[in-house]
Design a protein around this ligand. Structure first.
Ligand SMILES: [Zn+2]
Length: 681
């Protein structure tokens, strides 16, 4: 161990949980966070009766937690602190927030307070006029249902919120604020204030103007609460949840950092985080990944996640270069569950051991992929668009290193940019793509991406002319074997309809259409499913012109809907042509992941391998029960120069490697769940 890495390692070991991160990266957020929910009905007695401040602190310290979001006001609308203006929970006798802050701060655990914005049951009952309203006047959520009511932030409720937060911030020495549920209905709010506001601003009820107005309302809230927090806590944390969609870029000046709430078994699914982090980490802010300790989702009392799943989710945050947060909910009586925190502690010890190699890192990526949410506003929600789901899984399974882009992303960082299926030709994106191609960048474009509805042609010269939807709804893919030598030569069915194109002179055809005898219909059908291949046509399906490859089929959407492996093989073969020297080559199976990070200050490149196979064991649940075991894993990582050393982290056990043609190649005899190799130069 050299002096520098010895110092880094011993600093990490010496750091007590919660002590400010040692070394020059101390401005980074803490790595081991808890988000502690507490939404407690007025019908529950003895709130906080079992809370003991010292025991609370000890439980967190034993679990190696060094930052926590604790609750000031919950979705029920109750305050858990001493207040002159807010509604303290009727069954709470102590000042819970005050007690938590009192013991956590001196122990060096960072404390942000949680405050629920749009969801507030109590205010919804007191002020039904503040509720968000649909076009027909119907309120969203709330009575008579048991769903959280949506209050509109464009009503006098905002002044009330600001007053309450002023009181919290002036009374408690917190490190920052954490605001939950800041959203307006995507179809616009039609409460009296919003209607009047839009009239004054000259905004119409069109989708574009409603989107603009929603943004404006959110922005006013963010500006006031950001300034208020920073007035009391200079440089403190300020975060607004529910805003972290593709398109948040223009709000980020009032965010201290980004948090990706993503509970894989709580409705988000395992792909959600993979797509989001690859976008959010490009925006220049510190990022936190947040999962939950629950078997399912928030509020799942008595539901506890498997240890292996918690390990995977948290180590995957690190492998993607972001901080780790686990969501929990405190029992109303106020005692943290010891079993939950033993489980979190086991995971957080692993995280802590890896931290010296996780500070100041950034992902090393080859590919940039434009998200459908970047140009299709209706896709810009907390959900992952189907096409994004498809390319995320496909590229992960191929072990490609990629980022997700919006229309304002810097393309020059990527040797290859993918523009999948349905990306609309918004002007600023087309301009960037044109410059990118002119500068020698390679493009993979599919189906209707960049198709201009005005002209009926592609907004960029792809070497083909668009002729309309595919001639048949049910067609076959005929690959030219010389282009796809690794794929068995046979007609492959296309489960989704694509586009008809003609190739311009000078454009090569890499695959053509096969057509059925006829399309299946009530009038004419054969057998159970699609009609067999009846005719091999010369009509182009995959083309290449210079460094631009075009696929006339929604391959990525189809991969999400149909999971057909040959589509992945085809994309793999095409990317091999466009990307001669990928960052990683490996023999890992498609169910394993590999992420490559660089730690520039320490002159290190780190490759994380994760193998935690998941299986679908309930209609909407993918379960990880134990780590998977791999033997003889081969990894080659492209590096600028021969590294001085390669070793496993955190053990620092030396790993033999060879360096040829710019690749450092090594073999890991055994990987159980997670392994990481550090190449040090
Ligand atoms: Zn409104």
């Amino acid at each position: 161990m050299d002096r520098r890495s010895f110092l880094a390692a011993s600093a990490a070991l010496a750091a007590a949980p919660g002590s400010p991160a040692a070394g020059p990266a101390s401005e980074e957020l803490p790595f081991r966070q808890i988000h502690l929910d507490f939404h407690t009905s007025e019908w529950i007695p003895d709130v906080g009766a079992d809370f003991r401040a010292e025991e609370f602190l000890r439980t967190l310290q034993d679990a190696r937690v060094n930052s926590i979001n604790v609750f000031a006001k919950c979705h029920h609308g109750y305050a858990y602190y001493d207040t002159r203006i807010a509604a303290k929970h009727p069954a709470l006798k102590t000042d819970l927030l005050g007690e938590m802050v009192r013991v956590l701060k001196p122990a060096g655990i960072r404390v942000n307070y949680y405050y629920s914005l749009v969801w507030d049951v109590l205010q919804a009952r007191r002020h039904p006029e503040w509720l968000q309203r649909e076009r027909d006047g119907k309120t969203i959520g709330g009575p008579p249902t048991d769903q959280w009511p949506w209050l509109c932030m464009n009503t006098p409720y905002l002044d009330h919120v600001v007053r309450e937060n002023e009181e919290i911030l002036s009374r408690y020495p917190v490190d920052g604020s954490w605001f939950d549920i800041l959203k307006q209905p995507p179809d616009g709010c039609f409460c009296q204030w919003c209607v009047e506001d839009r009239r004054k601003l000259g905004l119409l009820d069109t989708p574009e103007d409603l989107f603009r107005h929603n943004k404006l309302v959110a922005r006013r809230v963010e500006d006031r609460l950001f300034q208020l927090t920073r007035k009391h806590v200079p440089g403190g944390a300020v975060f607004f949840n529910s805003r972290i969609i593709i398109g948040v870029r223009d709000e980020l000046d009032v965010f201290s950092h980004i948090e990706i709430e993503s509970l894989p078994t709580g409705g988000w699914g395992y792909t959600h985080f993979q797509q989001r982090v690859r976008y959010m980490r490009t925006l220049g802010k510190d990022v936190v990944g947040m999962t939950g300790r629950f078997h399912k989702s928030w509020g799942d009392f008595g539901g506890l996640k498997n240890q292996a799943a918690l390990d995977y989710e948290c180590l995957n945050f690190l492998a993607n270069g972001v901080k780790v947060c686990v969501g929990d909910q405190l029992h109303p009586r106020g005692r943290l569950d010891p079993v939950t925190y033993r489980r979190i502690g086991r995971t957080y010890r692993k995280v802590e051991a890896l931290e010296p190699w996780a500070r100041g890192v950034r992902a090393l990526t080859d590919l940039g992929v434009v998200s459908a949410a970047a140009t299709n506003p209706e896709r810009a929600t907390n959900k992952i668009p189907t096409v994004d789901q498809g390319f995320t899984n496909l590229l992960l399974e191929l072990h490609h290193q990629f980022d997700v882009l919006d229309a304002d992303s810097d393309l020059s960082r990527y040797p290859v940019v993918i523009v999948p299926d349905e990306i609309r030709p918004v002007e600023r994106l087309v301009r960037r793509l044109r410059d990118y191609v002119a500068a020698g960048g390679a493009l993979l474009v599919s189906d209707r991406a960049l198709l201009d509805p005005q002209t009926g042609q592609f907004a960029l010269d792809l070497g083909v002319e668009y002729q309309g939807p595919g001639r048949y709804a049910q067609s076959y893919l005929l690959l030219k074997p010389e282009w796809f030598p690794a794929i068995d030569d046979q007609p492959y069915f296309l489960y989704q309809r694509g586009s008809a194109i003609t190739a311009r002179p000078g454009t090569e055809t890499l695959a053509t259409y096969g057509y059925p005898y006829f399309d299946r219909s009530p009038a004419k059908f054969s057998s159970h499913k699609q009609t067999p291949l009846g005719q091999r046509s010369p009509d182009p399906l995959i083309t290449r012109r210079g460094k631009i490859i075009y696929i006339a089929n929604p391959f990525f959407t189809s991969y999400a809907l149909d999971g057909y492996g040959v589509q992945k093989q085809v994309v793999a073969a095409l990317l091999e042509r466009l990307l001669a020297r990928p960052r990683v080559r490996t023999n890992l199976p498609s169910t394993a992941q590999i992420q490559v990070l660089e730690q520039p200050r320490e002159k290190r490149v780190i490759a994380h391998v994760l193998y935690y196979p998941l299986t679908r064991r309930a209609p909407d649940l993918d379960i990880i029960e134990e780590p998977g075991l791999l033997t003889d894993v081969e990894i080659s990582v492209r590096l600028e120069a021969r590294p001085r050393a390669a070793y496993a982290i955190p053990s620092r056990a030396k790993i033999p490697f060879e360096f040829t043609s710019g690749y450092a190649a090594c073999r890991l005899p055994r990987v159980e769940g997670h392994a990481a190799v550090c190449f040090e130069s």
